[in-house]
Design a protein around this ligand. Structure first.
Ligand SMILES: Cc1cc2nc3c(=O)[nH]c(=O)nc-3n(C[C@H](O)[C@H](O)[C@H](O)COP(=O)(O)O)c2cc1C
Length: 367
């Protein structure tokens, strides 16, 4: 299978995919146009999608020399527990549309790479199925808050009972962004797949259109609701989709364990600030009261190092995981995570930083 895909993509299979970009090329040769557009696309004119990448070009790394880097390590802790690298897996919906094993493959690969997988509410596998696929893996659950609080509570209970360690509440999708690639291609879930958490609900809700998303996401939420969530969850609450320092400070005041600086991969408000550009202001506002994570546009280990230098505890990656999943299933996802880990280890060595904690603000500059 991979040989045919490599040939179609113009890649030499013997060389294999060498980096995240090679996996993107393979995924482009694997997925049909509508599905590819769904995974790759952003909102409206895709300014924010592009800016998430461009933001990394606004920084350069500043290496130090004559530091003993004979034993560089990438291990760190997130929410007080060890991970093999400061690179986690972002929640991405509908993963069976990329590969028949979908979220189960991503869960196995994340566990093998000893990092955390964040499962979407809009997953095509249930929290229990994901836990069964990779019982030893660390997992967080991403929550879209249903308009019926009882339904929301039931979802959180399922996740906690299946061993999910934290609830990641996504805040940048009170309503669905305008994704014109999906509108043009008429993207829809294949009939054989469904949102497992809503499988028993009438009408097989899908959330792929603004109207269907409105049935599943409550646009009335305010900061007060976070206090209810913390009580109901009984596990740490992380908020995702923070771009403003004021909101970051509010999240700390409301007891969040971490904030994820994110613009949903450029899929919600087009012209929103790039995640990396928002990171320093959020780090300053949080001032050590919570962990700061970020996602959006990370494709290289050196880019992880830039995010660490600007104050992120760890980063998450979205599309690179999907490209690898589409091309090679669980093996591909594990490979992409290990590639990024190895690229980060190399960047740390060449920066003169023996571990992620030693990458401080002095290691980046604006050219
Ligand atoms: C196809 C797709 C589906 C996504 N689904 C979700 C989701 O269900 N919940 C969520 O919080 N974020 C979702 N996101 C946003 C990602 O969690 C993440 O913020 C983003 O993909 C990071 O940017 P990157 O893809 O450039 O790494 C999705 C992103 C993509 C590309």
């Amino acid at each position: 299978m991979c040989r045919a895909i490599c040939e179609a993509a113009g890649l030499n299979e013997a060389d294999g995919p060498l980096n995240v970009w090679d996996y993107e090329v393979l995924a482009e040769a694997t997925l049909d146009e509508a599905t590819l557009g769904y995974f790759a696309g952003g909102a409206a004119d895709e300014h924010t999608l592009r800016d998430n990448r461009a933001a990394f070009d606004r920084w350069r790394l500043v290496p130090r020399v004559l530091v003993d880097v004979s034993s560089v390590q990438t291990e760190t802790t997130v929410l007080g527990k060890e991970v093999a690298m400061p690179i986690l897996v972002s929640p991405v919906a509908y993963q069976r549309m990329a590969h028949p094993e979908g979220e189960l493959a991503v869960a196995r690969a994340s566990a093998s790479a000893e990092t955390i997988m964040c499962l979407s509410t809009f997953a095509t596998a249930s929290p229990a199925q994901v836990a069964e696929a990779a019982p030893e893996g660390r997992r967080w659950f991403q929550l879209y808050w249903h308009p019926d609080r009882g339904v929301t509570k039931g979802i959180i209970d399922q996740a906690r009972d299946a061993g999910f360690e934290a609830v990641v509440l996504t805040l940048d999708l009170p309503v669905l962004g305008r994704r014109e690639r999906d509108l043009r291609a008429g993207f829809t879930l294949k009939p054989e797949y469904r949102l497992e958490l809503y499988a028993s609900r009438p009408g097989n809700p899908s959330a792929v259109t603004p109207a269907s998303a409105a049935q599943l996401v409550d646009p009335r939420l305010t900061w007060r609701d976070l206090d209810w969530l913390r009580e109901a969850a009984g596990i740490p609450v992380i908020v995702k989709g923070i771009l403003s320092p004021e909101d970051a400070a509010l999240a700390c005041n409301h007891g969040c364990a971490a904030v994820v600086v994110s613009n949903h991969g450029g899929r919600q408000l087009d012209r929103a600030i790039a995640s990396l550009d928002a990171l320093p202001g959020v780090v300053e506002a949080v001032d050590g009261r919570a962990e700061v994570l970020m996602d959006g546009g990370i494709r290289r280990g050196s880019e992880v190092a830039i995010a660490l230098a600007l104050g992120a505890r760890a980063v998450l990656i979205g599309r690179p995981v999907i490209w690898a999943l589409a091309a090679r299933g669980a093996d591909g996802v594990q490979h992409v995570l290990e590639l990024l880990r190895d690229e980060l280890a190399l960047a740390l060595a060449l920066l003169g930083c023996p571990d992620p904690a030693s990458v401080d603000r002095s290691r980046v500059t604006r050219p």
